[in-house]
Design a protein around this ligand. Structure first.
Ligand code: GLN
Length: 472
């Protein structure tokens, strides 16, 4: 019997990635293409192939067996994962192939991917600008049409913000609906694996594939069966001065209008806790980070200094030499807020604010089905100069709310302003993912996703190659 040829050649796909990622730098590692077949390699083809899953890119803080797991850090530069994260296991079981690992801010700490120690990722729309972060490589890979779907992680906005910067969909699911087994921990009580995509149906399909309780993660759970009703939910819109750039403010109003034209009732909402979100988030996130990152001590795995006099020096050298400035800053901050005698002043207080944020949202959701929110106050900013590390943290106020309250939020691409994409987020109550997908699907009919000019998907690249070879 003749051997059945895979529908697409994995080695050829690797070549497609290398060529088309050269200017963007979304990938830290590209799978060599040995073994495996791709169920549905291009966006249109993947759409047609219901039941199949496309090639996926995975953020390099999520474990894929046999591939690196660097977390964008010198500390783990040479680490190869011996196992798959549960989300990856489930995608593979559904027929997907992991084609590469994507760049990120070191350990997920940042909003630009410029905090990666291992490479620079450019925004596919403007190479002088950042792609957002921390899952910037995954967002850029989807925008550049390198993959139709990618995984990221969202601790305080790291899926939704780069999705907005690159003009693609980005889902942060309800906390616990996706297993964190195989996700390298940054701030465990806040983070969840999320999905990027160029098509909302595929994002939904991918989410359904990776969601569900996992015995390997005690905090994971099965999302309850919340049948999506056809009734149009009322959408809350934030009032007052939100501190947005003129472009983002204009787009926020335009998105609200588009939803109203589609027949969605809107209602004004105010979140009085909004101004406390960033201090609460950075207190809790750094506290958890300081304990989670204590394991990188140069002893069991990871970077090891050439020489040390004693174990303490080994540890000090390993951490001093292999961790970046932002990571060090956060470990120090986390240690500071947790130090004995001061917990009430910082950590406990932040937890109380977290409860207030949750309660306020519960109340708001009595009146509206979801909230339309900006993702970030500005569009993708230039690599250097315009937004310093502190300003970037202050700008996380719209995204961290969903993490502190453990609720789902979905970035939807809402068009271009000055030639750069803008995205808005739909944030709903716990387990309302299907409702968010429903609204996003309708919004896509009037605000369709756009790809950067000059980019092409795998199918187009193959065709061009065939023409270049004389139509063979
Ligand atoms: N900008 C946030 C931070 O630096 C987001 C991080 C994330 O979601 N991983 O903490």
């Amino acid at each position: 019997m003749k051997e059945k040829k895979p529908p697409f050649d994995p080695a050829e796909y690797a070549r497609f990635l290398r060529e088309n990622d050269a200017e963007v730098g979304a990938f830290l590692e590209i799978a060599s293409g040995s073994g495996g077949t791709f169920a549905a390699p291009s966006v249109p083809a993947a759409l047609a192939a219901t039941g199949n899953h496309p090639p996926v890119a995975v953020k390099d803080n999520i474990a894929v067996a046999g591939m690196h797991l660097t977390c964008g850090s010198r500390m783990l530069e040479n680490l190869v994962s011996p196992y798959d994260a549960t989300a990856v296991t489930r995608l593979k079981a559904a027929g997907a192939t992991v084609v590469g690992k994507t760049n990120l801010d070191e350990f997920g700490m940042g909003s630009s991917t410029d905090n990666s120690a291992l490479g620079t990722t450019n925004n596919p729309w403007d190479h002088t600008r950042v792609c957002g972060g921390s899952s910037g490589g995954s967002a850029a890979a989807v925008a550049q049409q390198l993959v139709p779907v990618a995984l990221g992680s969202d601790t305080g906005g790291s899926v939704r913000q780069p999705a907005a910067f690159c003009g693609v969909y980005g889902l942060k699911p309800t906390y616990g609906t996706v297993s964190r087994y195989g996700l390298v921990a940054y701030a465990s009580s806040l983070e969840v694996i999320g999905v990027f995509g160029a098509d909302i149906h595929q994002v939904a399909q991918t989410y359904r594939t990776i969601a569900g309780a996992d015995p390997l993660d005690q905090s994971s759970l099965d999302p309850p069966d919340t049948a999506h009703s056809d009734a149009r939910p009322t959408i809350g819109v934030l009032q007052g001065d939100l501190g947005l750039s003129p472009e983002v403010a204009r787009n926020y109003a335009a998105t609200q209008q588009a939803l109203e034209q589609l027949g969605y009732p809107t209602a004004p909402v105010t979140l009085s806790t909004l101004e406390y979100v960033v201090p609460a988030y950075y207190t809790i996130a750094t506290a958890e980070a300081s304990t989670n990152l204590a394991r990188y001590n140069g002893v069991r795995y990871g970077y090891r200094p050439d020489w040390a006099e004693n174990p303490e020096e080994l540890m000090r050298k390993a951490r001093s030499e292999a961790l970046g400035d932002e990571v060090k800053l956060r470990i120090l901050l986390g240690t500071y807020v947790l130090r004995s005698g001061f917990q009430d002043q910082y950590y406990t207080r932040a937890q109380k604010i977290r409860t207030l944020i949750r309660r306020e949202l519960d109340e708001v959701y009595q009146g509206v089905g979801m909230i339309l929110m900006p993702v970030f106050p500005v569009q993708a900013f230039p690599h250097s100069g315009s937004l310093d590390a502190f300003q970037q943290k202050v700008a996380d106020r719209f995204t961290c709310t969903a993490n502190l309250a453990a609720v789902p939020a979905l970035t939807v691409p809402t068009g271009l302003e000055n030639g750069l994409p803008v995205g808005m987020q739909l944030m709903g109550p716990a387990f309302s993912e299907e409702r968010l997908f429903g609204v996003a699907r309708e919004l896509a009919t009037v605000m369709p996703l756009q790809f950067p000019p000059g980019t092409r998907d795998y199918a187009a690249w193959l065709r061009e190659g065939a023409q270049a070879r004389g139509g063979s």
